[in-house]
Design a protein around this ligand. Structure first.
Ligand SMILES: *Cc1c(COP(=O)(O)O)cnc(C)c1O
Length: 374
């Protein structure tokens, strides 16, 4: 099956005698047992719930892994992955990370006695040096919001020879565009709040792995810590994933047109989008992903100007997050990356991030032209 087919053709209700075509919401905490000495396939929803199982199996299928896990948020998913590392061990993370990931690593993980190093992993030589001796390597690609590209196959190879697990936060690309496990990653993490669900109507996270030993540990921890996604949210996320291909096809085509248009505007200083011909990571990105995605960012040369533009936009919701059917504008230094103190933040203050939705692209371009002219 090709990807767009796989996204909608999956077993929706395995074993259900009524064969519902939409997965039922098993809104129950407990399951009765026929015999007190023999628990059934399900006993307690923290440990497992049929709605969540359908979602987790579909998440595994979409990312080409052996097992998937759904969590209450992207941060809970990342936390589950970072939990695999113990005191005295080292995590090497990319230096252009989601602000919440930086906060988790610096304020929660590092105080446990785990060494955390931030390195520009788009530079393969620096990556090789930093990864020697690491237990886990965590990257985003494309990075958010600067849209830097990390070479997945090259980094996976370095991790393999160093004996480190390679984890990729694939929230921006989603498995529709990029499957890190196919390039040698051991783990892929998603904030399913973003493109996977696509409607800004829930928070959820996902982890998919290709490693049986890691799958066992993740399953144990998900039950032990009670971080699994609730049945209704699992159903909502599953519903959102069904339109992933058509949403991303549409939004990505619009994002490409908007990026090319921004490059030509006198009020734009720099445009960051992996689909632009002069993007430094373009060739690597094209090798490992089937499209540039729906997020782009630009600078204006003046932080006050950037704030003014964001204020004047009418169709772009001023909001955090990305990957929804509605277009969104954000100033990362004031929102998603505000949890990183200024001295550790490596972002231009005048950076404007756009997440492109499925509106008519001409309306979006007109809105941008009007806001840019003020
Ligand atoms: C939003 C985001 C997260 C955190 O996910 P939540 O669902 O908000 O907890 C992690 N990584 C990236 C790249 C994100 O954009």
């Amino acid at each position: 099956m090709r990807r767009a087919t796989e996204i909608v053709r999956f077993p929706a209700s395995p074993g259900d005698p009524h064969q519902p075509v939409s997965t039922p919401i098993y809104q129950t905490a407990t399951f009765a047992q026929d015999d007190p000495s023999e628990p059934g396939r399900y006993d307690y929803s923290r440990s497992g719930n049929p709605t969540r199982t359908v979602l987790e199996e579909q998440l595994a299928r979409l990312d080409g892994g052996i097992r998937g896990f759904a969590y209450t948020s992207g941060m809970a998913a990342l936390s589950a992955v970072l939990r695999l590392v113990g005191p005295g061990e080292r995590i090497v993370a990319g230096d252009d990370l989601y602000g919440g990931t930086w906060r988790l690593l610096s304020r929660v993980v590092a105080p446990l006695g785990i060494e955390v190093r931030y390195v520009d992993l788009s530079d393969v030589d620096r990556a090789r040096e930093a990864i020697a001796g690491a237990r886990l390597v965590l990257v985003e690609t494309p990075t958010n919001p600067l849209q830097r590209i990390v070479d997945l196959a090259a980094t996976a190879e370095i991790c393999r020879s160093a004996g480190a697990w390679f984890a990729v936060d694939g929230s921006a690309a989603t498995p529709y565009l990029q499957r890190p496990l196919a390039h040698g990653a051991a783990l892929v993490v998603h904030s399913a709040t973003k493109g996977l669900s696509g409607h800004a109507d829930l928070t959820a996270g996902a982890v998919v792995t290709s490693d049986p030993a890691l799958a066992e540990r993740l399953a144990f921890d998900q039950n032990a810590e009670g971080t699994g996604l609730a049945p209704f949210d699992a159903w909502l996320l599953l519903r959102g994933t069904k339109t992933l291909a058509i949403r991303y096809d549409r939004a990505q085509a619009s994002a490409s047109r908007i990026a090319r248009w921004l490059v030509e505007q006198p009020w734009v200083a720099g445009t960051f989008f992996p689909g632009l011909p002069d993007h430094p990571g373009r060739r690597i990105h094209e090798r490992q992903a089937s499209g540039p995605g729906v997020v782009l960012s630009f600078t204006t040369g003046d932080a006050r100007r950037s704030v003014a533009i964001a204020r004047h936009l009418r169709l772009f919701t001023r909001s955090v997050s990305f990957g929804s059917v509605n277009s969104v504008v954000a100033l990362p230094c004031l929102s998603s990356h505000a949890s990183i103190p200024g001295s550790d933040r490596r972002l231009p203050e005048d950076l404007v991030r756009l997440s492109i939705g499925i509106e008519d692209v001409d309306d979006l371009l007109e809105d941008l032209a009007r806001a840019g002219a003020t």
